[in-house]
Design a protein around this ligand. Structure first.
Ligand SMILES: *Cc1c(COP(=O)(O)O)cnc(C)c1O
Length: 446
């Protein structure tokens, strides 16, 4: 582990001066490239996303079999895209956001099974591993309906295998619930930030939860070590997994269909802005990667991070990626945004996003609760505080001189009336009522 001199870092990367003070800030990615140039050096492509989508389609009959709540959608786990005009009016009034165009909410908060965006990547990775094992051991032949995997015989086969993962909460829930349904032994290594109700829910599914007093990195480190000691154990590596990333990326293809269904066109004159909360980077990175593949320079991808744990900002702005953490900057990394409480970013995601990402915002914890209450009052939709980081984008797009400059330089100013803004709601529907109530009553000084 390297320790950097803060003064040196700040003189090379001035944005870090406000980062170390835990101020809300914005970073414009200077390495963003036109998509046709960026595309050449990407290690993954549209073909990889297509394959992931087809794999999810193959598993749909199995998912419908195991999870009745997915039957109406034929075993496809997908969320709705909801216009939120009252929220738009509200932020324009309360925060003078001057947001033109149309504001929509992508409700991954309400994805079946896991109640968060992790239902995309986490579940996809478990299914990919399951398909690999099933084909290798002759449980499936390519023409079979994957429903056969739900048979008692096949379930007892998977009981001989273990899946492990390190998690701040939501990833553990998606991996744990899906793995338990298939039959695996599951061990979830949970960081100190993980909420008690998430641990309880997992245990109710028969998942073994190991608790750590330290942060996410420690849970991952130990989980990986224990998994490596067991040849029949598979470790889901949130920091480096290409599979996880591709599971998230499939969201883009589904979103394209939803936009079309709502009569929304995305092109050079109708720009799309997406704002996604970011922890280690996999979820927002995967979704953005998919969107860039489809919409090229017409989509502008923004991440939002807690001011107390802006690991992707620190990694990308310094170019040090996984070799730096927020603790190196003197930050605690402790935040109310438990889904985003990550000190060290994924270097894999930072590298892929370097020519694709437009902007990163940071947000103070207190504002997460303000935006949460705002959305609940205006639209009657509950999100967990982490997910509300997405609103930093639409609220502040027109405030910072840096983002104003971005709009000018990208010739966007004349097109904002036709713009579409998507706040990506990353989690919340499984939060128990008592916890929701406590959130609604949380007011922070900061
Ligand atoms: C995990 C998570 C994210 C961010 O995903 P990463 O892959 O960690 O960047 C955002 N919001 C919620 C609610 C999450 O659980």
């Amino acid at each position: 582990m390297k320790i950097y001199k803060t003064a040196d870092l700040i003189s090379n990367t001035p944005v870090l001066a406000s980062v170390i003070e835990e101020k809300e800030t914005v970073w414009i990615n200077p390495d963003l490239l036109p998509f046709h140039l960026a595309e050449k050096d990407l290690e993954l492509s549209m073909k990889d996303i297509d394959e992931a989508e087809e794999r999810l389609n193959r598993f749909a009959p199995f998912i419908a079999e195991c999870f009745p709540e997915t039957r109406a959608q034929g075993g496809i786990i997908e969320s709705v895209l909801t216009p939120i005009p009252k929220m738009q009016e509200y932020i324009n009034e309360k925060y003078q956001s001057a947001l033109m165009g149309k504001l929509l909410l992508k409700q991954d908060s309400h994805l079946a099974i896991a109640g968060s965006i992790k239902a995309r990547g986490g579940i996809y990775e478990v299914l990919k591993h399951t398909e690999d094992l099933a084909l290798k051991h002759g449980l499936l032949s390519p023409q079979d309906s994957y429903k056969v995997l739900a048979s008692e015989n096949n379930r007892s086969f998977f009981r001989g295998y273990t899946i492990q993962v390190g998690s701040t909460g939501n990833l553990g829930m998606s991996i744990g619930i899906m793995s338990a349904a298939i039959g695996y032994n599951v061990i979830v290594h949970m960081s100190a930030d993980a909420k008690q109700w998430k641990k309880d829910l997992l245990r109710s599914h028969g998942v073994r939860v190991v608790e750590y007093e330290s942060d996410y990195s420690e849970a991952v480190l130990n989980g990986r070590k224990l998994s490596d000691e067991n040849p029949k154990s598979y470790f889901v590596d949130d920091e480096n997994s290409r599979n996880l990333f591709l599971g998230y990326a499939v969201a883009a293809k589904r979103l394209l269909v939803q936009l079309k269904d709502q009569g929304i066109n995305v092109d050079a004159d109708h720009p799309l802005f997406v704002y996604i909360p970011c922890g280690v980077g996999g979820a927002p990175g995967g979704v953005s990667f998919g969107l860039k593949q489809l919409f090229h320079d017409s989509v502008h991808c923004f991440f939002a991070e807690p001011a107390k744990a802006p690991c992707m900002l620190v990694g990308m702005a310094t170019g040090l990626h996984q070799n730096i953490c927020v603790q190196d900057m003197g930050l605690s990394g402790q935040t109310h945004a438990d889904g985003l409480a990550v000190g060290r970013p994924s270097g894999f995601v930072g590298g892929i996003m370097a020519p694709l990402l437009s902007v990163i915002f940071t947000i103070r914890d207190g504002n997460l609760y303000e935006y949460m209450r705002g959305l609940l009052d205006q639209e009657g939709i509950f999100l967990e505080p982490s997910a509300c980081a997405a609103f930093a984008g639409p609220i502040h797009l027109n405030h910072y001189p840096e983002t104003k400059k971005y709009l000018i330089e990208n010739h966007l100013c004349g097109k904002m009336k036709q713009a579409v803004h998507i706040a990506w709601a990353t989690g919340g529907s499984l939060v128990p009522e008592a916890v929701r109530k406590a959130y609604r009553e949380t007011y922070l000084e900061e």
